[in-house]
Design a protein around this ligand. Structure first.
Ligand code: HEC
Length: 167
């Protein structure tokens, strides 16, 4: 009797696995559509899990006009393409990503200095967010972090950091 239940259980698990694999393969892989609730939930979870790499490191650069101006140049060169000149989302080119580009202005949930640094340095796997650890020296990552902070809080007016980007 026990053996029968075990066999039925195994068959059920097998059927569920088959169904899962089949659904996965039939998945719409387009980055332009909006996927279902479960996938959206997982994508959000991945985004927030990234914040788990927090360090206590504090940005060594002061938040002054000079740092912001330098950070802005880096942002416009490397980040505006995806995050938009104002940090509010997809850039002016209309590209679609999934997981989507989150708003940095304001940011959904504030990041510590260390979290911001590690996200920019390492990137976020399985998303379009690249790691800039090789492309940018640490100092530039700190500069652009300061700029992101000002975009998010608008504590310093954008005007302090130079003329706006032109397209
Ligand atoms: C090719 C597109 C692309 C470029 C270029 C890019 N990003 Fe991102 N970025 C993304 C995407 C997509 C995400 C969301 C990833 C996710 O859902 O986990 C993201 C996430 C982030 C986050 C985390 C936001 C949050 O709410 O947790 C920060 C901070 C960030 N980017 C900063 C930058 C900075 C600074 C630059 C430039 C040095 C940059 N990004 C360049 C696509 C890009």
């Amino acid at each position: 009797m026990k053996k029968k239940y075990a066999a039925a259980g195994l068959a059920l698990i097998g059927a569920i696995l088959l169904f899962a694999v089949f659904s996965f393969l039939r998945e719409n892989w387009a980055a332009s559509g909006t996927p279902g609730g479960v996938e959206r939930w997982i994508a959000r979870w991945v985004l927030f899990r990234n914040r788990g790499t927090a360090t206590d490191t504090v940005n060594p650069l002061p938040q002054n006009a000079e740092t912001l101006a330098a950070g802005r140049v880096i942002y416009e060169k490397h980040c505006a393409f995806c995050h938009g000149a104002d940090g509010k989302g997809p850039g002016p080119n209309g590209m679609k990503f999934y997981p989507p580009v989150p708003s940095l202005a304001p940011i959904t949930e504030p990041l510590t200095d260390g979290q911001t640094f590690s996200i920019i340095e390492l990137g976020i796997r399985y998303t379009a967010m690249p790691g800039f650890g090789e492309a940018l020296p640490d100092e530039d990552i700190w500069k652009v972090s300061r700029y992101l902070q000002s975009l998010s809080t608008q504590s310093l007016s954008i005007g302090d950091a130079g003329p706006p980007i032109s397209h």
